[in-house]
Design a protein around this ligand. Structure first.
Ligand code: PLP
Length: 371
């Protein structure tokens, strides 16, 4: 019985052709050609003015926070239910991550909890669109504007998700994406920072070039201490090919989600999966099953049953406030994040997953619930 991975990329002829071309020809005058093309096409696809390719989403977020001049003494609000990658850059710049609770349906930032957490030191809100689900963009945008805060979207899990027809990542003052191998499209490792602000773009590019100012005539002359989170031309070639296939990759994610939802939701009373409220389109990056609240322990028996069936399922993100990284900083108690963490599982959803394999996953979930 072959193992069913929870995610893996879809790499075809187009990807191989572009990468081979970049390896063979992407040097000298062509050394930035795929990078510039990837940035241009990504920005156009999202309908934003600027895109800067990076070596990771974590790096893009670090650059973004620095470009917004966020540092020691500042606070940045984000959800407790997150992977550390969304919070670590806040710590890198010396600011304080304020971890607040999430909504029970979208599993993303609760705007009321954000409003309660705003202080005179707050500089930004990081809205992470979890598993393709959209954070409450209208409410968070309004809060950010009313309090003079930056709205940063971490759209690493929501490339292709839309709110009112406009893509996740096009709503914030800046947004970041990831092209890690687990994400909807991949460059191996990689990320992107997007913004409509020319000033922010210039600042991000300077920071990402070891602090060298554009137009500096002196050689080896940084104007400030910067970073280097650059994407290579070879990775960008892979990105160009994946971007051309984005609609196909997205359609498959949605079909995989629909197949799970049809099989599981009608038979598991009180279970939830990724929501798609009116006015939104969910990329369903990671089909996620929230088991009923009244079945304590079901998550573990289901996980065990999946493991026995050779299925690589994952837990949803555990509250960051409970991890050693944030143990020393007092945080609010976040009951939704804590409760969801005990009930949620990510199900396999890679592009080449077959219906027979999905049936195996579904059978293992239902088997686990009988125990
Ligand atoms: C994957 C992910 C990241 C980190 O991306 P890297 O490219 O691995 O740095 C950050 N935020 C979210 C929400 C993610 O899913």
């Amino acid at each position: 019985m072959s193992k069913i991975y929870y995610t893996k990329p879809s790499i075809g002829e187009l990807e191989r052709a572009y990468v081979n071309d970049a390896v063979a020809n992407g040097w000298g005058e062509q050394c930035y050609a795929y990078i510039q093309r990837f940035e241009r096409e990504f920005a156009a696809r999202l309908g934003v003015a600027h895109a800067v390719a990076t070596s990771s989403c974590t790096g893009a977020l670090h650059l973004g926070l620095r470009a917004l001049d966020i540092g020691p003494g500042d606070e940045v609000i984000l959800a407790d239910m997150n992977w550390i990658a969304s919070a670590a850059p806040v710590c890198y710049v010396g600011a304080q991550a304020v971890l607040v609770d999430v909504l029970p349906d979208s599993w993303c930032l609760d705007p009321a909890a954000v409003a309660r957490a705003i202080t005179p030191r707050t500089k930004a809100i990081i809205a992470v669109h979890l598993y393709g689900n959209l954070a409450a963009l209208a409410e968070l945008r309004a809060l950010a504007t009313a309090h003079g805060l930056a709205l940063i979207e971490d759209a690493a899990e929501a490339l292709g998700s839309r709110y009112q027809g406009r893509g996740a990542g096009a709503w914030g003052d800046l947004a970041v994406f990831s092209f890690h191998g687990t994400k909807l499209m991949t460059t191996g490792e990689g990320g992107m920072l997007v913004t409509n602000s020319t000033a922010l773009r210039t600042r991000v590019e300077q920071l990402n070039n070891h602090g060298r100012a554009a137009g500096e005539l002196r050689q080896f002359w940084p104007a400030e201490l910067g970073h280097k989170y650059k994407m290579s031309n070879i990775q960008a070639a892979l990105g160009c090919a994946q971007l051309e296939r984005l609609d196909e990759l997205l359609a498959r994610k949605r079909a995989i989600f629909a197949y799970y939802a049809r099989a599981l939701l009608p038979v598991i009373d009180g279970a939830q999966m990724n929501p798609e409220p009116p006015d939104t389109l969910n990329s369903y990056w990671m089909p996620t099953l929230m088991l009923p609240e009244d079945c304590p322990g079901a998550r573990d028996t289901v996980l065990h049953s999946l493991a026995e069936a050779g299925v690589d399922a994952r837990l949803v993100f555990q509250p960051l406030s409970r991890t050693p990284v944030f143990a020393a900083t007092p945080q609010a108690s976040n009951p939704q994040a804590a409760g969801l963490a005990l009930r949620g599982l990510n199900l396999p959803s890679y592009h080449e997953l077959t219906e027979a394999e999905q049936d195996r996953v579904i059978a293992a979930v239902l088997q686990g619930l009988k125990r």
